[in-house]
Design a protein around this ligand. Structure first.
Ligand code: ADP
Ligand code: MG
Length: 415
């Protein structure tokens, strides 16, 4: 057993030092199960508490704590969050700071929080295509990924309504459970106004998920984050969850103006997003196949955020609206196996009458559990809806090699 001090904080990862003690606000010693460090990042290390297994502690990075200004900022932010705990700490979706953790001289060195239950996986681990999802959650289809995306969006929206912005939207800072629940980690990087009116900002940001106005003006990262910036970041992560890791600003080949693909960060900055008509660039066939099975209204919600909302933050789809569109997709996955598939055989055939389930652009199907039924004669044959005689109530998907099979589009992807 070894006492934790600033001097030996940096030795904490030494596997030969079995346990380290730190103290809660009442001076009660906590034994850190150091062999099982739960994780680490730029902000600090996270350790289980041997004598309180449902909780864990985050000990701040000693380098940050050695800088007086940075240290004050971190400590004040966590103090404000502990004061706000009444509103957030019981929320199972948030690893909210419950109280400060101190060294033996009573200096604050970190905070305690609830530990994520067993079996949760970081979003990042689900972003490697169908095989990556199957490795983590073998039973999952797109429906389950969509449930995670919906829970995630609703949580970011809830925080937004409370004046709290997720500044460091980063695929390692959110974890998904086997039942589709989510937990937000790294909550000490949130941007919010504290109980005494002080604004607490965090410059932390993950460029692949960062709104273009911040990428082109980095000073904005350290300013209070806006809900519109939060909507952009949350939509990127929701999109990646639903698209098995595909980033909304990645395209194939060249753009119409001759640019070649760059990193997601560069593409966000330049506004190269392949979604929707007249995008000027297109998705690879594999990614287009996944996109094509989204209901039109979900596609439009993403297009508003990533295309219209690129230069115009006000156009970004509010997260409660996006969550509702994801909810419709969840419902549709339950009735159409191709929608639920992590690796669909191809894109949704353009003229497939099953497309009528999605309703006309901009509405029609409102998720009441009934498909949109067009009234005009062209959609009916022998008095029955044309989609009533095949699998999933439709005429069935064209078979391999069939003349009706739609080729992968090579350009001009449409929603
Ligand atoms: N409440 C928690 N329960 C379990 N593991 C956690 C918890 N909080 C953080 N971790 C693990 O520690 C890692 C780093 O934590 P985080 O707060 O993101 O630190 P940083 O500020 O350095 O990014 C996480 O990615 C995760 O693996
Ligand atoms: Mg982190």
């Amino acid at each position: 057993m070894k006492k934790l001090t600033f001097e030996n904080l940096s030795n904490i990862q030494d596997p030969t030092s079995a346990h380290t003690k730190v103290y809660d606000d009442d001076g009660v010693a906590l034994e850190l199960g150091e062999e099982q460090q739960l994780g680490a990042g730029a902000g600090g290390g996270v350790y289980e508490i041997a004598n309180a297994p449902q909780f864990c502690v985050k000990l701040f990075n000693p380098v940050d704590m050695a800088d007086a200004a940075e240290r004050d900022k971190i400590i004040q932010r966590v103090e404000a969050m502990v004061q706000m705990a009444g509103r957030f700490a019981r929320d199972p979706r948030l690893a909210w700071p419950l109280g400060p953790i101190r060294d033996e001289k009573k200096n604050p060195i970190g905070y305690a929080m609830r530990r994520v239950p067993e079996g949760y996986k970081p979003f990042r681990s689900l972003f490697g295509g169908a095989a990556a999802v199957a490795r983590r959650f073998p039973e999952w289809g797109r429906r389950e990924l969509a449930v995670v995306a919906k829970n995630f969006l609703e949580t970011v929206h809830f925080l937004e309504t409370q004046g709290v912005q997720v500044a460091d939207a980063n695929p390692c800072n959110f974890v998904a459970g086997p039942d589709g629940r989510v937990v937000f980690l790294d909550t000490d990087s949130f941007s919010f106004r504290g109980p005494d009116g002080t604004m607490h900002c965090s410059e932390m940001h993950f460029p692949d998920c960062t709104a273009p106005e911040i990428l082109s003006n980095p000073a904005l990262a350290n300013a209070p984050r806006t809900p519109e910036q939060g909507r952009f970041s949350a939509a990127v992560l929701a999109f990646q969850l639903l698209m098995l890791g595909q980033h909304p600003y990645t395209f194939e080949g060249e753009t119409l103006d001759g640019a070649t693909v760059g990193t997601p960060e560069e593409n966000i900055r330049r506004g190269y997003c392949p979604l929707g008509k007249r995008a000027g660039c297109h998705q690879s066939p594999q990614w287009y196949a996944l996109w094509s099975w989204f209901p039109d209204t979900l596609q439009y919600a993403f297009i508003r955020t990533f295309r219209d909302g690129h230069a115009n933050p006000a156009a970004r789809t509010p997260l409660d609206v996006l969550a509702l569109e994801v909810d419709k997709f969840i419902f549709e996955c339950g009735r159409m196996p191709e929608r639920n598939s992590l690796s669909p055989a191809g894109p949704k055939p353009r003229r497939d009458p099953a497309a009528a389930f999605a309703g006309p652009p901009g509405g029609g199907f409102r998720g009441h559990g009934k498909p949109f039924v067009p009234r005009h004669a062209g959609w009916q044959s022998q008095g029955r809806p044309a989609y009533a005689n095949g699998p999933y109530g439709g005429p069935g998907f064209p078979q391999r090699g069939s003349a009706r099979r739609m080729p992968f589009p090579s350009s001009g992807n449409r929603p």
